[in-house]
Design a protein. Structure first.
Lengths: 179, 446
């Protein structure tokens, strides 16, 4: 079984047509579905938040069968994720794609749950703490993309569950959660 | 009391074209013809159908009824006399259909045939629109006067130099002389034959009219040469080298393609050109279709057909129109256009499903599971041209049977596994089934 880091790749990863954009509609739909799921699974497993089309993304090629996705194919699959609301293009030229293997709303829920489970309501944390601090080690929040985190926090702020403010040091912000 | 003359039946091909005898050439076509017995006030119809297509050949008058796929004939040799056209200026005659009266010989049982003891007068009535009786009469008299049926009869007795070697004794001659004289003996004999053939050809080219009458002789020549090639090839004691055999094969194929001595031309068929061409094409295409496995590209048909015609080549538009007309007739062939735009001719009985079944089983063989199927692989297995094999693979792909794989090695096709994969269980492979077969075939090699 092939692996990408710790991630176990499915058997069809070795099926050459998987890497050629299929022209027949029904077949294409199935192919797109499989790629969407695989991209999300890999990104979740490896905590990848951004896929850049200008760099090689290991998932997009399989050296053992000497096949890799064409640029057009990559755009098709990522665009499909964007349509599903599971990804966002970060630039007009569609060169960088933000992968939301958890939706912003889901992140907000996750943060809230984490806060409650750890009794951190009415406490204050810096954004950086949330990202790389001791408390979040071993959770999904460890290593979260800063942009994604900010959006989730802002969502919580809108719901009145948190307040974001400028911190003591110039380049960090703090969050106060409320129950 | 004369009984009504009867006409013998004539054979037709499946496309309602007359079956020609050896040496018989089509000369003129006229639609809308009736045949009546002459004399009494109420003329009797001599044909069991009305408004037939009259095909004048070098040997016969054939009356074809396409509606009933039947035909009757009158041998030209049975025509004793053709009365000149009446040139009366009465008003009645201006509106009446032109008529040609013929005196024909009748045998004892009442059939119109050559060596009859009695005779009768019959009338050819031309009811077709735009029929010019003078043109028709002129052509008809020309054909009658040339009496080609007599030429063919005498030619069969052996007037040309080749005749001697086409009979069984000729074959024996070769067999005897070969071990004695060897290749140079054959070459000398060939030389003599070619010299007389050469003179034959020179005479033919002097005069185009003479060429047309030589046309059927040329076809006979070609056929004889082909026969000789066949016997020479099978009798050789393994002495021929590859080059010789190769050029013999080329010669053979070339001769095979010289098949049509009686091309339907705009001149002979007039307004019926496309219809008759269409029918002749349907007849012609049968043999190449069989050889090619049931399907052949339109381009190939264009080349083959024109090559067989020799002169009076048809244009691509003519070919397209001829194929399009097949829809109107009951012929066993049809034209078909693939999604890619490639046009082919196939037998109506051709089954797509059968081809798909064969492709599907080809794609499931272990080699194909590992490396896929290329158009040339499919061409080899299915026994058809690579271009057509590709069309079939593309059709199978659009049906969801196959998937494509584009790589540095080109375009290849694999059996479609996407349908076998369960999105919810992408790691499981059921123990029986296509996915398992693929998995086994591809992991054995590591």
């Amino acid at each position: 079984m092939q692996k990408l880091g710790e991630f176990k790749l499915p058997p069809f990863f070795n099926y050459p047509p998987y890497f050629t954009l299929q022209p027949v509609r029904e077949t294409r739909e199935k192919q797109v579905q499989l790629w969407k799921d695989l991209i999300l699974d890999v990104c979740r497993n490896q905590k990848i938040f951004v896929i850049s089309l200008e760099e090689d993304f290991p998932l997009f090629s399989n050296p053992s069968i000497e096949r890799s996705l064409s640029h057009e194919a990559k755009v098709v699959f990522l665009s499909a994720l964007v349509t599903d609301g599971r990804a966002e293009w970060m630039d007009k030229g569609h060169k960088k794609c933000l992968i939301l293997w958890m939706r912003i709303q889901d992140w907000a829920d996750y943060i809230l749950r984490f806060v409650r489970e750890n009794g951190l309501e009415d406490g204050v944390m810096t954004v950086e703490d949330i990202r790389s601090g001791f408390e979040t080690r071993g959770t999904e929040l460890a290593g979260i993309d800063r942009g994604v985190l900010m959006r989730a926090l802002k969502l919580l702020e809108q719901k009145g569950k948190a307040v974001i403010f400028k911190g003591s040091s110039a380049d960090d912000e703090g969050v106060k959660f409320s129950a | 009391m004369t009984s009504i003359p009867r006409l013998p039946t004539a054979s037709l091909t499946t496309s309602c074209r007359p079956v020609f005898f050896s040496g018989e050439v089509e000369r003129y076509l006229l639609p809308g013809v009736d045949l009546e017995s002459d004399g009494s006030d109420r003329p009797t119809l001599l044909l069991p159908f009305q408004s037939s297509l009259l095909v004048i050949t070098s040997h016969r008058l054939v009356f074809v009824d396409e509606a009933s796929s039947s035909a009757r004939e009158i041998a030209l040799s049975a025509i004793i006399h053709a009365f000149p056209l009446k040139k009366s200026m009465s008003i009645r005659s201006m509106f009446a259909s032109p008529r040609v009266r013929l005196q024909v010989s009748i045998s004892n049982d009442g059939t119109i045939s050559e060596k009859g003891t009695k005779s009768s007068v019959i009338t050819l009535v031309m009811r077709g629109k735009n029929t010019d009786p003078d043109v028709f009469y002129g052509k008809f008299m020309e054909v009658l006067r040339s009496r080609e049926w007599e030429l063919t009869a005498s030619a069969d007795q052996g007037s040309t130099g080749l005749e001697g070697s086409s009979s069984a004794s000729g074959v024996n001659d070769l067999r005897i002389t070969m071990p004695v004289v060897g290749v140079s003996g054959i070459l000398r004999k060939e030389q003599e034959i070619w010299e007389s053939t050469d003179k034959n050809l020179q005479d033919a080219f002097q005069d185009l009219n003479a060429l047309m009458s030589k046309a059927k002789e040329m076809v006979q020549l070609a056929e004889k040469m082909r026969q000789k090639l066949l016997t020479t090839g099978s009798n050789s004691q393994g002495s021929s080298n590859d080059e010789e055999m190769g050029s013999k094969q080329d010669m053979q194929d070339w001769l095979l393609s010289v098949g049509i001595a009686s091309p339907v031309t705009k001149e002979t068929a007039g307004a019926l050109y496309h219809q008759q061409l269409s029918r002749q094409l349907a007849d012609f295409v049968k043999t190449p279709l069989e050889k090619a496995g049931g399907m052949i590209t339109l381009v190939d048909v264009y080349c083959l057909f024109n090559r067989a015609r020799g002169t009076e080549l048809i244009s691509p538009e003519d070919l397209l129109q001829a194929c399009a007309l097949w829809e109107k007739f009951d012929v066993p062939v049809m034209m078909r256009k693939f999604d890619s735009g490639v046009k082919v001719i196939q037998n109506k009985s051709h089954s797509d499903d059968e081809v798909f079944a064969r492709i599907s089983s080809l794609a499931q063989k272990p080699d194909a599971l590992r490396k896929g199927v290329s158009p040339s692989d499919a061409a080899f297995t299915l026994g058809i041209a690579p271009a057509l094999a590709k069309e079939h693979l593309l059709s199978a792909e659009s049906r969801g049977l196959l998937c494509r794989d584009v790589s540095a090695e080109g375009l290849r096709f694999y059996i479609n596994l996407f349908n076998e994969i369960d999105s919810a269980n992408i790691y499981t492979i059921k123990s029986h089934g296509l996915l398992n077969a693929w998995h086994l075939a591809t992991t054995v090699s590591g």
